[in-house]
Design a protein around this ligand. Structure first.
Ligand code: G1P
Length: 297
């Protein structure tokens, strides 16, 4: 009998309907996903990461006031013509690039009922395929390709795969936490998940970070998931249902470079780190920073 060929995942879902209140007033009129990290909107890093892992069909879950995201990933004929006329080919290439990176699609969440609900909005787009969910607050350094590792695990083990990070126990309440059994040094099989547990009740200090590869069975699980932590439909709770039903759910323990752009202090750290590493700015910026920290600038 002919075996059905399993297509490598091509679709990524990026939830971007949140209000971005931690960055007000900057996010009053500008979506937080477009705040620049050096000179590139935070979300472009996520899209570039997806594309480098072969995920070039992208659905962004947006909401009211987020139309500028679609503009950023679209062509901009007037701007391109103006740059072309000036002969500014470097910037022209940069402007074209974001419009040509991936096949971008957008759907509005309508009611912000939680991350699980946002993911459920992707069901008609995703269909019956394994797909990625990528949360915009986590920037993963392109030198530490996490998604590629997760795709390999998914292809070997089937089911769903989440990215995990060991965090100090007192920080686990900020994340989804997992109970697991080790498979290898960087791989665990997940047996249970809890969204934002009190540290005293956390099953471990392994926290879910914003990269998931999800089997399409997650949609049925989400449809049956009642509101959980914070009164929201939690993706963590739907994954728990899958894990408890015996479907494989694995975790890749990430030990590479990750930048959190979700709160102001971490955002500033991300900007400084990435600016220091840039080929075009890094040397000058590092020199200035050294003087600044020494109190000489
Ligand atoms: C979400 C998830 C949580 C996960 C976190 C990763 O929470 O619900 O399980 O650990 O993302 O960043 P949020 O940060 O949106 O509150």
């Amino acid at each position: 009998m002919a075996q059905a060929t399993v297509r490598a995942p091509r679709k990524a879902v990026i939830p971007a309907a949140g209000l971005g209140t931690r960055f007000l007033p900057a996010t009053k009129a500008v979506p937080k996903e477009l705040l620049p990290v050096v000179d590139t909107p935070a979300m472009q890093y996520i899209v570039e990461e997806a594309v480098s892992a072969g995920l070039d069909e992208i659905l962004v879950i947006t909401g009211r006031g987020k139309d500028a995201i679609a503009d950023h990933f679209d062509r901009s004929p007037e701007l391109e013509a103006a740059l072309e006329q000036k002969g500014d080919l470097g910037r022209l290439a940069a402007v074209r690039r974001s419009g040509e990176l991936a096949s971008m699609h957008f759907v509005r969440q309508g009611n912000p009922l939680g991350l699980g609900h946002a993911v459920l909005c992707a069901a008609p787009y995703v269909g019956d395929e394994t797909f990625a969910v990528m949360l915009g607050d986590d920037l993963i350094d392109s030198r530490d390709p996490l998604l590629a590792t997760m795709l390999k695990v998914q292809s070997d083990q089937g089911g769903s795969v989440v990215a995990l990070l060991e965090v100090p126990p007192d920080q686990i309440a900020l994340y989804g936490a997992v109970a697991s059994t080790p498979v290898s040094e960087e791989l665990v099989r997940i047996t249970d998940l809890v969204e934002k547990p009190d540290p005293a009740e956390a099953p471990s200090n392994l926290a879910i970070i914003g990269r998931y590869l999800l089997a399409p069975s997650i949609f049925d699980a989400l449809r049956e998931t009642p509101p959980g932590r914070g009164g929201e439909i939690q993706l963590t709770d739907a994954l728990r249902a899958l894990a408890r039903s015996g479907e494989p759910v694995h975790g890749v323990v990430f030990r590479g470079r990750r930048y959190d752009t979700g709160d102001r202090l971490d955002y500033l750290r991300a900007v400084v780190r990435l600016a220091c590493e840039r080929a075009d700015l890094g040397a000058d910026f590092r020199a200035w920073l050294t003087e600044f920290v020494a109190g000489r600038s």
